[in-house]
Design a protein around this ligand. Structure first.
Ligand SMILES: [Zn+2]
Ligand SMILES: [Zn+2]
Length: 399
């Protein structure tokens, strides 16, 4: 009982005075609602009732504990040695000048010593549909932030797109793209398609006809029927490819905070992009291999790690070193682009060919040159990033 009174008094007190110190981590307004729900908050009357051992309807110094005791003389404005209801109600209000609106998911923002702003000059100019501009935007979680607005056709500059599906089981690897399983990358050549039964230990695979030709989606309608999550029965056991030409009118607009804001708890990746390469192509979340394989289809990536879907056009699920890289002055891995939260994305391996080993679940870590940043997962991992550790901007794709 004593413990519960004590803890309630602390809760109450932290509401009326700014005793919660905010040095590195800053709690948000929304956050504090989470901690002190309207209903569970003791009123001054309740507080007095609970702490008032001698029931004289006021609190003496011997009846209070913790912060109320520490600041007793400040609250006791008439210096009578008791805290009255009126004095408690008039106690100084909390100063929340440092707090920033973060989001309503009880997330705490952390300021690192080094935070690197997005550098718009790294993007390949020829691939931007408009000049990159700065605008204040309200992000999905309600945060208002200065953002870069980047408009692209999500088409690469440095490499060609495709091929994806070979057309005959005798085709060599230059006729097809790549596929992945258990962190390994495989060339999708004719032999690979012919051997899918063994590869997946599943007798139902049959992507080729008796004459050795491979069943490949040939038109926009076919690709759209085969690429949806509930694959049209007709296209079970097909190699699915949508061509960039079908969707070349699409416009991708990225909104990315100029200064990334790191959150203690990462956000899971949405369905709509996780970042942008310097060529304006979308780094996407994991390919939905479960749905793809359940229908005995393949949706190969090209050698650059990209393929096309009806929703977002050309996008990457793997980083294979085909896009613009920005070398670092130290041995650190080169930079590849930005995540939607504004933190940089770097290659999987450093300049000595070593993979980075101290990454968090999002594939991120911190250093004093780049601040917090990500390293793309290995090409076979189907995981360019695991999650976003900053407040996310957005990607919208319009026709
Ligand atoms: Zn995809
Ligand atoms: Zn690093």
């Amino acid at each position: 009982m004593k413990y519960s009174i004590f803890s309630k008094s602390i809760i109450f007190f932290s509401l009326i005075t700014a005793l919660v110190s905010c040095k590195q981590t800053i709690k948000s307004e929304a956050d504090s609602h989470e901690d002190y729900p309207e209903d569970g908050r003791p009123s001054v009357t309740e507080l007095i009732k609970e702490m008032d051992a001698n029931t004289d309807h006021k609190l003496s110094k011997s009846e209070v504990h913790g912060p109320l005791a520490d600041d007793f003389s400040k609250i006791d404005t008439n210096d009578d040695g008791f805290l009255s209801q009126e004095e408690l109600e008039n106690a100084p209000k909390p100063e929340r000048g440092k707090s920033r609106k973060v989001d309503n998911s009880n997330n705490v923002q952390t300021d690192f010593e080094v935070t690197v702003n997005v550098n718009p000059s790294l993007f390949i100019k020829e691939r931007m549909l408009q000049e990159i501009k700065q605008e204040e935007r309200t992000l999905a979680d309600g945060t208002v932030a200065l953002c870069y607005i980047i408009t692209t056709a999500s088409q690469p500059h440095e490499h060609k797109m495709g091929p994806w599906c070979p057309t005959h089981i005798n085709d060599s690897k230059d006729k097809g793209g790549i596929w992945f399983k258990d962190d390994k990358v495989y060339d999708v050549d004719g032999h690979f398609i012919a051997n899918l039964k063994d590869f997946y230990s599943d007798e139902e695979w049959a992507l080729f006809r008796e004459d050795g030709s491979i069943k490949v989606t040939e038109t926009q309608d076919e690709c759209e029927a085969a690429a949806r999550p509930d694959v049209d029965e007709k296209y079970h056991n097909y190699c699915v490819q949508c061509l960039p030409d079908y969707y070349k009118e699409k416009v991708s607009t990225y909104v990315i905070p100029v200064k990334p804001m790191y959150l203690e708890s990462p956000n899971s990746l949405g369905g709509n992009g996780i970042g942008i390469a310097f060529n304006g192509v979308n780094f996407d979340a994991a390919a939905p291999t479960h749905a793809i394989l359940a229908a005995h289809t393949l949706a190969p990536l090209d050698d650059a790690g990209g393929h096309v879907n009806p929703h977002s056009g050309y996008h990457y699920h793997a980083v294979t070193g085909a896009t613009k890289e920005v070398a670092q002055t130290d041995e650190h891995a080169p930079m590849l682009g930005y995540a939607l939260d504004g933190f940089g994305i770097y290659a999987h391996k450093d300049s000595n060919g070593k993979a980075i080993t101290d990454l968090d679940d999002c594939n991120g870590h911190y250093d004093t040159i780049r601040g917090y940043h990500y390293h793309a997962g290995d090409a076979g991992s189907n995981k360019i990033l695991g999650c976003l550790h900053g407040i996310s901007g957005s990607l919208t794709v319009e026709n």
